[in-house]
Design a protein around this ligand. Structure first.
Ligand code: GCU
Length: 325
């Protein structure tokens, strides 16, 4: 009897031990880098994504989150993902355009008519075609992360019309088109990493920047900049990319789970965005003077020529985007 009990105990231990060894071998750990705090809309979406991937793969894939640019700013982490030394990174098309040139198309001012147009393009055929280009750069775009509309904020004066931008030193992402746009507005653009914007404004290295309200709020830029003027000149989407090498090593089953969960995460962030955009405006209005710009025509007119000028560079894609109804 005693022998039987010992035998059963040993057998159980063996099962537990080999089971955990097998599990240990099977667990794939991936790091996901992003540049904002955990409570920002995109970052909440990445947490949702990581949790759902763990759930769907029964813990076989564990995604570790590294927010706040601890692994680097977006320009750096995209490069790391491209080289396969980092598995996943948030990007903004304003940075991604340096690696996948067509992505800079989203930095064209007033490219989208409204939010509905933006999502119709991103989720439609044109968006799908554009996404494919990421593979040529060793990346795979998993899902779009809502990033709303960008507006100017600065410390010198409120912007009511484009002439108010004359001579202001404005921070932009590493995007050639953002630079061209600022020049067309008469401002003086300078590329700065996102994590350095707060100090750059505070110390007067720049007069201001341009971004969406949740980013201003989550990064506390409202503590150092006085005026926010809602001209909504660009809608540059964020997204999540995975290294193509790592993607190709995943089983078909895991790839299918990533595709399914990515769709869910995209929807999750959309809802989170809508909530946080309003809340952010309310919060920052306590320290910032915010002005709406109901008629944006003078702003649109000032940069309209860029679409025609840039048309050859994007080989018909500007027109394809405009044609989406
Ligand atoms: C986007 C994005 C940021 C990004 C930033 C930027 O809105 O959400 O995380 O880095 O713009 O201006 O660099």
């Amino acid at each position: 009897m005693k022998k039987i009990v010992i035998f059963i105990v040993c057998l159980l231990l063996l099962v537990v031990f080999t089971g955990s060894v097998a599990l240990g071998q099977d667990v794939i750990i991936m790091r996901l880098s992003s540049d904002q705090p955990e409570n920002a809309p995109g970052e909440k979406g990445f947490k949702f994504f990581a949790d759902r991937i763990a759930e769907e793969t029964n813990g076989q894939i564990k995604i570790e989150l590294y927010p706040n640019a601890v692994l680097g700013d977006l320009g750096e982490t995209i490069e790391q993902v491209q080289a396969g030394v980092l598995e996943l990174s948030k990007t903004s098309c304003g940075w991604l355009g340096n690696f996948v040139p067509i992505m800079d198309i989203f930095s064209i001012p007033y490219l989208f008519r409204d939010k509905d147009h933006y999502w119709k393009v991103l989720e439609g055929e044109v968006g799908e075609e554009i996404v494919k280009y990421t593979e040529e750069a060793g990346l795979k775009l998993l899902f779009w992360v809502d990033a709303g509309a960008r507006s100017f904020y600065n410390n010198v004066r409120p912007i009511y019309n484009p002439d108010d931008l004359k001579g202001l030193k404005i921070r932009v992402m590493g995007s050639e088109i953002m630079i061209k746009t600022m020049e067309a507005f008469g401002a003086s653009p300078t590329t700065t990493a996102f994590s350095e914007v707060y100090t750059a404004i505070q110390t007067g290295v720049i007069d201001g920047a341009e971004n969406n309200p949740p980013s201003i709020d989550r990064m506390k830029h409202n503590e150092v900049a006085k005026y926010l003027s809602l001209d909504e000149h660009m809608m540059i989407p964020d997204n999540l990319v995975i290294s193509l090498d790592i993607w190709n090593k995943l089983s078909k089953e895991h790839q299918d789970i990533f595709i399914k969960v990515s769709k869910e995460a995209q929807e999750f962030v959309k809802e989170e965005w809508a909530k946080q955009e309003q809340e952010a405006l309310e919060r920052i209005s306590k320290t910032m003077e915010i002005n709406e710009i109901p008629d944006k025509t003078p702003f649109i007119d000032k940069v309209k020529h860029l679409q025609e000028e840039l048309s050859p560079k994007f080989e018909g894609y500007i027109e394809k985007i405009q044609a989406v109804k």
